[in-house]
Design a protein around this ligand. Structure first.
Ligand SMILES: [Zn+2]
Length: 188
């Protein structure tokens, strides 16, 4: 488990949800999950690129937490979905809701998550979250970023957002063409 010490109590359990076809639909577990909250994730250390992509498309995603048990409960007390490449895992003596990721390719991994949770295009909010901090970014007045972005950006752009965590300023030009293309093909 990537050096992350796992709680000792309880026995090891099989992941209940796999990225294999129809796993989530079989027991309806994630369907019920979806009705109660928007998706939030914890990605283990081997899944850094996947975590980044989940943030790009707007999902609250903790990456390689120091304390896994705590991270799994860090969505206003509601559980997160654990993304893992380790088939057998447990925490606090029970198996968390998890998706076993099969592919080595980040884009395919993202598709595995989308399929496993039955994610719909309307669930996705691209470029709404800071990729560094995992915090929702908020739109700010153009005048408030004067002096903080290059003049030609201020002259040509009209929508600015900032992250309250790191202070980074985002505008449509900061999203790469590649990101846009990837998002476009996710649900094809
Ligand atoms: Zn930030």
């Amino acid at each position: 488990m990537d050096g992350e010490p796992m709680p000792q109590n309880g026995s090891w359990g099989e992941c209940q949800i796999g990225a294999e076809p129809c796993c989530s639909k079989k027991n309806g577990f994630l369907g019920a999950y979806k009705e109660t909250m928007s998706f939030a994730f914890v990605a283990e250390a081997t899944l850094g690129k996947l975590a980044k992509w989940l943030r790009i498309i707007g999902f609250d995603t903790i990456y390689a937490p120091k304390n896994l048990a705590k991270a799994l409960m860090e969505t206003n007390g509601k559980p997160r979905i654990y993304l893992t490449r380790t088939r057998r895992m447990t925490y606090m003596g029970k198996t968390p809701t998890c998706i076993f990721i099969v592919s080595d390719d980040p884009f395919e991994q993202l598709k595995e998550v989308i399929n496993a949770v039955d994610m719909m295009p309307e669930d996705v909010k691209p470029f709404s979250r800071c990729i560094r901090c995992n915090i929702s970014i908020r739109q700010v007045d153009k005048t408030s970023v004067r002096g903080l972005v290059p003049d030609y950006i201020l002259e040509t752009q009209h929508i600015f957002q900032t992250c309250t965590g790191c202070g980074r300023i985002y505008w449509p030009g900061t999203h790469t063409e590649r990101s846009r293309k990837v998002i476009k093909t996710l649900f094809e």
